[in-house]
Design a protein around this ligand. Structure first.
Ligand code: THU
Length: 152
């Protein structure tokens, strides 16, 4: 995809990600696709665990993939729950999305993309700027293992 993906295209990517969800306990597969401000797209799905509290949400999986790829600014996130439409992000994921400056949240309502401003879903949120320190927006550095030969 070279052009900026549409909301419908982001929802389609989120749906594909939901298809890979590991959700044997809730049977509630979720997929998310984040569009970085640099135009890159990263997706994630929920991954559950027999120790239920270790479950990770689809949005956070997508954020992890994005950060690993070197992007730290989210423009838009699209979220699909295969068993619920619309599937809005949980409170923790709203906070995680806000950390990376996400502006727009897209969900599907009656088969149609609906966009919300994240600030409407998380009003008066706490964020990096509230710490009163420079924002941690520096370019990611190579990890300690990058470029190192692998051990035999
Ligand atoms: N879930 C997400 O992946 N994202 C959300 O924003 C809401 C909830 C997942 C977590 C769990 O695996 C399942 O949905 C039921 O809560």
């Amino acid at each position: 995809m070279t052009a900026v993906p549409t909301h419908d295209e982001l929802l389609a990517l989120a749906r594909a990600a939901a298809g890979t969800a590991y959700a044997p306990y809730s049977e509630f597969p979720v997929g998310a696709a984040v569009l970085g401000s640099d135009g890159t797209v990263h997706s994630g799905c929920n991954v559950e665990n027999a120790a239920f509290g270790l479950t990770t949400c689809a949005e956070r999986g997508a954020i992890s993939a994005m950060v690993r790829a070197g992007t730290r600014q989210i423009d838009t996130v699209a979220i699909i729950g295969l068993r619920a439409a619309p599937c809005y992000p949980c409170g923790g994921c709203r906070q995680a999305l806000a950390e990376f400056g996400c502006r727009t949240v897209v969900v599907e309502v009656d088969g149609v993309a609906r966009a919300h401003a994240l600030v409407d879903l998380l009003p008066h949120g706490f964020g990096p700027a509230d710490l009163g320190e420079p924002l941690p927006r520096a370019e990611p550095r190579p990890g300690p293992d990058e470029g190192r030969p692998t051990r035999p």
